[in-house]
Design a protein around this ligand. Structure first.
Ligand SMILES: [Fe+2]
Ligand SMILES: [Fe+2]
Length: 300
């Protein structure tokens, strides 16, 4: 990175710091994080907080019952759902739902751009990642559905802080069939991955969220403890484009970053055996239920 580029990123960081028209970090997410970071956090402490927000409680129940969790049980109590999902996954989910809700309300009337495609893409990436995790029983830090929901939030940040340049980047992607990162670097000098990570830092979100956002279009650092989840989100993002569930464009080239993420994922999880990325794509296409209902629930 040249000194000039570093300088412009500092300016953007400043702009994100000064932004008043971005939603603040949801209170409920902060409350849950406090409980979860205690040594003896229990479901008993969590339940009243979630029950206090009926629409959140319904979302958690619906997600627990969705095919992506693969629990194959009819879960009708919130307590059961919370126990099955687990405390840290639950925190990620609540965070994902709350951030989507506040951004969703916030963005609704701000422009004629159809954000439905954006949210559809985020839900698709989360669903694909969750499906792969469940199908191959991959243990990992971070909840794939929630991190998929959040991975591209930086696009909303860019839309807020450098709107004309962001719109120009969208146009370039359509016209030249290049990736979002390439177009954003050309018009803005910073990509949505970094913009999202800067916002996540400002909100003091967990490292798993910050790192997944900042690295989902980059070669995954070998030593990172989050390499499992980062690679999974990168692969799910690629597959969502292959399945025509991208945001506005369907750029789906298996670049070095995608190949690296896939190799990294296979090296990290022997469960994947000799599976190829093409075979994984077929499995996801066959097993993925429609995401429309999940999208409606997530955005409600
Ligand atoms: Fe992205
Ligand atoms: Fe994406």
């Amino acid at each position: 990175m040249t000194p000039q580029e570093t300088g412009s990123i500092e300016i953007y960081r400043q702009r994100i710091e000064e932004l008043h028209n971005l939603p603040t970090v949801p209170v409920i997410a902060t409350q849950l994080l406090e409980i979860i970071s205690e040594d003896r956090a229990s479901v008993k402490q969590l339940l009243p907080i979630i029950e206090n927000d009926p629409s959140l409680a319904i979302k958690i129940l619906r997600v627990a019952n969705s095919a992506y969790y693969g629990l194959f049980k009819n879960i009708d109590s919130l307590q059961q759902a919370v126990v099955l999902i687990g405390l840290s996954d639950l925190y990620n989910l609540v965070l994902g739902f709350s951030v989507i809700k506040s951004f969703s309300q916030h963005m609704e009337n701000s422009y004629t751009l159809d954000w439905n495609y954006f949210w559809g893409h985020c839900v698709a990436v989360g669903s694909i990642a969750q499906l792969i995790k469940t199908e191959y029983r991959l243990p990992m830090i971070g909840n794939p559905y929630a991190l998929g929901l959040l991975h591209d939030i930086g696009k909303l940040v860019l839309f807020q802080i450098v709107r004309p340049e962001f719109m120009e980047a969208l146009k370039i992607q359509e016209e030249r069939k290049v990736s979002a990162v390439e177009a954003e670097m050309e018009t803005i000098g910073m990509d949505h991955a970094l913009a999202g990570a800067l916002l996540a830092e400002r909100w003091h979100l967990p490292d798993s969220v910050i790192v997944t956002m900042s690295h989902h279009h980059k070669i995954v650092p070998e030593e990172s403890e989050y390499r499992g989840i980062i690679s999974l989100i990168t692969v799910a993002d690629y597959l969502s484009h292959r399945m025509k569930k991208g945001f506005l464009n369907h750029y789906a080239e298996a670049t070095d970053v995608i190949t690296d993420a896939w190799n990294r994922l296979r090296a990290h999880y022997p469960q994947l055996g000799a599976l190829t990325l093409e075979q994984l794509e077929q499995i996801v296409i066959e097993k993925m239920p429609p995401t429309e209902e999940l999208l409606a629930v997530t955005r409600s």
